[in-house]
Design a protein around this ligand. Structure first.
Ligand SMILES: [Zn+2]
Length: 263
């Protein structure tokens, strides 16, 4: 695991953390080799691993970020490790202390990863890839064309959203907020693939597209302290769709049958 010199440097850095020696109790196990060795696993991103073998002592495997963490974080981790390897200390106070140390280190790793430029770049790359995977053209219907028609007719063309068929066959129709490759949020409408069917007319597909569009125009509200997604205003507006009855009937009677038989 110590293939590179810079890793050894981080190792040294780790051991230079204050109060390391005194926090490791070697007496209770009666094992003379019972000290914590630290190694860095560069591929590790989250968490850490403690391996303990009698006669060989304990080995703490940490991600690179933790090896370079501030002294108090490294101290928390070592204190955590020393409590963990000190068997027989299972009282609630020690357990709570161990838990608290664990939380401290996890919180630091989480914050570090969030601010890590490499991590951020990765998130944005993924967002860009996700955008490329959006697929509005189905086998029978083009969702983009249907969305544009609905948008013009019911929302003065003002609604901004991207639309795609659901990735999975059984996927539900949803509306969500995503971020693009520049980190800018956008609305995504995902329509159940069950609608991409010769028996579903453009008016029927339009019904579900209109419903998901309405979630943008009529955001969730609150009523008696509870979140309402399909509130009174939503239901009222929903019925303004010109083919509402035909769409509802198809959604209720035909869609479940179609979804039972994947193509
Ligand atoms: Zn809904």
């Amino acid at each position: 695991m110590f293939g590179f010199r810079w890793q050894q440097l981080s190792l040294f850095d780790f051991f230079s953390a204050p109060v390391v020696k005194s926090s490791i109790d070697t007496s209770s196990t009666g094992d003379s080799q019972d000290e914590i060795r630290i190694s860095v696993n560069p591929r590790m991103r989250q968490g850490w691993k403690l391996e303990w073998r009698r006669g060989k002592g304990a080995q703490l495997i940490v991600p690179q970020s933790l090896a370079n963490a501030p002294a108090e974080v490294r101290k928390s981790l070592l204190d955590w490790a020393s409590i963990t390897i000190r068997r027989g200390s299972k009282d609630t106070v020690t357990k709570a202390k161990r838990r608290q140390l664990e939380d401290q280190v996890h919180t630091w790793i989480h914050g570090h990863n969030e601010n890590d430029p490499a991590r951020k770049a990765q998130t944005l790359r993924r967002a860009g890839k996700h955008l490329q995977r959006l697929e509005a053209q189905g086998r029978h219907h083009n969702l983009q064309a249907i969305f544009e028609k609905i948008n013009a007719e019911y929302f003065d063309g003002k609604l901004e959203a991207r639309i795609t068929w659901s990735t999975r066959w059984g996927g539900l129709s949803t509306q969500s907020t995503r971020k693009d490759a520049e980190g800018k949020p956008y609305h995504l409408l995902s329509i159940s693939r069950g609608y991409d069917h010769p028996l579903a007319t453009p008016e029927i597909v339009g019904g579900v597209v209109y419903h998901e569009c309405l979630h943008i125009a009529v955001p969730p509200g609150e009523r008696d302290g509870r979140r309402t997604i399909h509130g009174r205003e939503f239901r009222k507006r929903e019925k303004e769709y010109r083919h509402y009855e035909i769409w509802r009937k198809w959604h209720r009677d035909e869609l479940p049958k179609i979804l039972r038989h994947p193509p």
